[in-house]
Design a protein around this ligand. Structure first.
Ligand code: ADP
Length: 481
């Protein structure tokens, strides 16, 4: 089985969110099952200037924008056995960010990712790698199934099957219809049965319509997106493809996220010896200048993109109460500017109790997972969510909204039986959120019960192996279908 991944970000090269964790880990898990995998992504500025030196693998290749041929090169890591290839065309990718700045998206994202998708045949040719399945991720790669059907039928890719994985349906790649000619597709595809969406171009929709199969990153989310509440206008198209729509939950790369072997944290620990965790708590409180006299209180952690999706309006509503009750909170995040301003203000209001860092900081993310007692994730919707899975492994009890992947992966605590791994609330309201927090705080005061809950979570296995097997089954079904 040969699979080509086409994706816009991957650990350890470039990351804005969970997609990068998936693309960084799933290929290896598939290779462990005997699948041949190559990954194609753009050579952004941070990729080329990153820690892993690259070399040129092929030059003078030809992609397209519209019908116009444009040259590009293919880069690959100079050492190590990463199966990664990077499309280099500086005009499109040599920028400091992947998709845009806090002020907004880059103006030419359609051009950038249409060109990226157009390079697939030339890359396969250059690498001598003709896949059975092309596994495309999110709107940035969603043109690949469209091109395969409508432009590449004369190439060796003709027999390949496509799987489109939707990591977040809210990001669809929407552009004004005036840009449609830049895709190099016939206008007959700009209809309600094609890429048209309320008179705009919708790249993700094109992928949903033309991919052989579609998946999302949890079973719960694959059902939710077929309803108006979560479908962002695409629920009808998704329902029409329901027989080809699957849900496969993301796994965790425990080589990166394991408190017993984590190089980023000062004190390692395991379910057998939890003593390191409280030491990490002290280190975390010190890192955020929190008042150490609050160390006997539960410490809440948040690591997140600062976006409406993640439920920061609920955090804003419960924060005054947490602060009034001397319950310390640390928040690490970056994203929309309105949240940057809000958090900077709040931090000043509550010195010693609220710690804020506006940054993307992987080392600090590890320290928060290791040092916090509870992890808050009140998302409006959550396709899978990774931080709650990391939290389970780190004995940091998740308090989450029961939606999408959060509901699929966090099991509600039963305080009488000592079962379950976290605290959930269903209704999207501050009252429901604070009620779940209160239950968690009450459980925390019972040391024996709390340790049991921590250990229940730490004992779970959310590694990639089971999910990789599910993907392989799906690839096999596509190949033979
Ligand atoms: P999403 O993909 O919607 O942002 P996920 O929970 O699936 O949410 O994945 C987010 C990933 O990005 C996790 O690995 C998380 O640790 C990481 N992350 C998010 N924000 C930050 C940040 N400010 N600093 C470091 N890591 C972050």
């Amino acid at each position: 089985m040969r699979v080509l991944f086409v994706a816009s970000e991957a650990v350890p090269f470039a990351k804005t969110g969970g997609l990068a964790d998936v693309i960084g880990a799933l290929p290896q898990a598939l290779m462990d099952l005997g699948v041949e995998v190559s990954v194609l992504m753009p050579a952004y500025g941070p990729v080329k200037q990153g820690k892993i030196p690259l070399k040129v693998a092929a030059e003078d290749l030809e992609g397209r924008l519209g019908w116009q041929p444009l040259a590009f090169s293919l880069l690959t890591p100079a050492a190590g056995d990463y199966p990664f290839w990077f499309v280099e065309r500086d005009e499109f990718f040599e920028r400091s960010q992947l998709y845009g700045t806090p002020k907004g998206d880059y103006f030419d994202n359609l051009e950038r990712f249409a060109f990226f998708c157009s390079t697939v045949p030339a890359c396969c040719q250059a690498l001598g790698f003709w896949p059975d399945v092309i596994h495309c991720h999110d709107w940035q790669a969603a043109l690949v199934p469209v091109y395969l059907r409508h432009r590449w039928q004369h190439t060796h890719l003709r027999g390949a099957k496509t799987l489109l994985t939707i990591h977040n349906l809210a990001y669809q790649g929407l552009f004004p219809k005036e840009k449609f000619p830049l895709l190099g597709l016939d206008w007959s595809l700009f209809t309600i049965d094609g890429l048209e969406f309320y008179d705009q171009v919708n790249l993700l929709k094109g992928g949903i319509v033309f991919a052989d199969a579609i998946s999302t990153v949890s079973r719960g989310y694959s059902k939710e997106i077929q309803t108006p509440e979560f479908g962002y206008g695409l629920e009808g198209v998704l329902r029409s493809r329901a027989e080809a729509l699957f849900g496969i939950v993301n796994g965790v790369d425990y080589r990166e996220w394991d408190p017993a072997a984590d190089p980023y944290i000062p004190h390692r620990y395991s379910p057998e010896d939890l003593s390191g965790k409280v030491k990490n708590k002290m280190a975390l409180m010190a890192a955020f200048n929190l008042d150490l006299r609050l160390a006997n209180q539960p410490l809440f952690g948040i690591i997140s993109r600062l976006a409406d999706q993640k439920g920061f309006d609920l955090v804003a509503q419960v924060l005054p109460e947490l602060m009034a009750r001397d319950l310390p909170v640390v928040i690490l995040g970056t994203g929309e500017e309105k949240y940057h301003r809000w958090l900077a203000q709040e931090e000043k209001k509550y010195p010693g109790k609220l710690g804020v860092k506006i940054a993307f900081d992987n080392a600090l993310a590890h320290l928060i997972e290791a040092g916090a007692d509870m992890f808050l994730m009140p998302s409006r919707y959550e396709p899978c969510g990774l931080n709650q899975l990391y939290s389970l492994k780190y004995g940091t009890v998740p308090v989450v909204r029961a939606t999408g992947g959060l509901a699929d992966t966090v099991a509600p605590v039963d305080v009488k039986k000592g079962t379950g791994t976290g605290f959930l609330f269903r209704e999207y309201s501050a009252e429901a959120f604070i009620k779940a927090i209160n239950e968690a705080v009450a459980a925390y005061r019972n040391r024996e019960l709390w340790q049991q809950i921590m250990k229940n979570g730490m004992a779970q296995d959310w590694s990639w192996s089971a999910s990789a097997r599910e993907y392989l089954t799906l690839y096999e079904r596509l190949r033979s279908g």
